[in-house]
Design a protein around this ligand. Structure first.
Ligand code: NAP
Length: 304
């Protein structure tokens, strides 16, 4: 049983981290750090330094904060000799994550940049099916309602919040994991609400005939699809990578994301046990490239 401190008791901590930790025989939630939030029955702190000092027996710190404030917390935890799990996207910039990687390596600690969508049920079978095949075309449609998934969270529209790339990073984390050969971004259109700092929609073009449409204004049913054609047939991942179709027929998975966070904590158990880290920045490189290369369109103002 490993003790973990959970930092940032907000939407994803309550929806996914706390239940996943509670259900795991390998983990015990021993402390929380949050300025306002707490978990009943668990020691709570409002600052990371106080928790690190008071709880030398907690070896793992899991950071469920938004990306911009996360770096300082991760750095403090690593400097105090703790293994660290990062929510996705792993940071506000690529360079700051490389700083954390170097710090973890220098101290012999595990740094795990989680991508929860990679744990979706159809992802491993899709990767296996695509292995050794040539991708002729791929298209991502990731359209969801920001008001449902990020109610009132203004940080998503502030610099570093990444806008629609926050959910889009889930799609890109699957794409970069399952494609048999890497692709790179060649063009992007980014739709910025007139009153906001980050895009609410994006259309991406990659090498290899790969395209993506991200939109955060979708009402009603949500769409999280990746469709891939090869000369040897077609594959589709639906419901955020949890359902798999091959040549139009459902073959695996179920419409549920409930297994993703337990799988992340199981992976962290393995990483700590084997003394290794897992930090793949490829989804975030595509986001940074889209911000670098993208053409900016101004669209209607957005308010929650
Ligand atoms: P959130 O609820 O807005 O934030 C989580 C908590 O972080 C907040 O309750 C707040 O707790 C703390 N926090 C916020 N801003 C802070 C700041 N500037 N400094 C220190 N602490 C701060 O966000 P979330 O939806 O849980 O998302 C957090 C991360 O999880 C993001 O990277 C997101 O991409 C990822 N994620 C979210 C979802 C989702 O459905 N929302 C799904 C998967 C992954 P205190 O005020 O108590 O300190």
């Amino acid at each position: 049983m490993t003790l973990v401190a959970l930092v940032g008791i907000g939407k994803i901590a309550v929806d996914q981290h706390v239940p996943a930790i509670a259900a795991s025989p390998d983990w015990t939630l021993a402390a929380t750090v949050s300025r306002n939030g707490s978990v009943p029955g668990v020691s709570s702190f409002t600052g990371i330094e106080a928790m690190l000092e008071a709880c030398p027996d907690i070896p793992v710190v899991s950071l469920a904060l938004p990306p911009v404030p996360r770096f300082a917390y991760a750095q403090a935890a690593l400097q105090a000799g703790r293994h660290v799990m990062l929510e996705k996207p792993p940071g506000a910039t690529l360079a700051e994550i490389q700083v954390l990687q170097a710090l973890a390596a220098s101290k012999g600690l595990t740094l795990y940049a989680t991508w929860h969508s990679r744990m979706a049920q159809a992802v491993a079978p899709a990767k296996a099916w695509l292995a050794g095949k040539t991708v002729a075309r791929a298209h991502i449609t990731w359209a969801e309602d920001v008001r449902k998934w990020h109610p009132g969270q203004d940080w998503v529209f502030e610099p570093g919040g990444m806008g629609v790339f926050d959910p889009g990073s889930n799609a890109l984390s699957i794409l970069t994991h399952i494609l048999p050969a890497p692709v790179h971004l060649t063009a992007a259109e980014l739709d910025f609400p007139a009153n906001r700092q980050t895009p609410i929609a994006a259309q991406l073009t990659f090498s290899g005939n790969v395209t993506a449409d991200f939109d955060w204004r979708q009402q009603g049913p949500q769409t999280w699809d990746i469709e891939i054609d090869t000369p040897k047939g077609s594959i589709a991942l639906r419901m955020g990578g949890n359902l798999l179709e091959i040549n139009g027929k459902p073959v695996a998975g179920e419409n549920s994301i409930l297994g993703e966070y337990p799988a992340l904590y199981a992976r962290m158990t393995d990483l700590v046990r084997t003394g290794t880290s897992d930090v793949d920045l490829s989804p975030m490189i595509h986001i940074a490239d889209a911000m670098t290369l993208g053409r900016r369109n101004t669209v209607d103002p957005f308010d929650f």
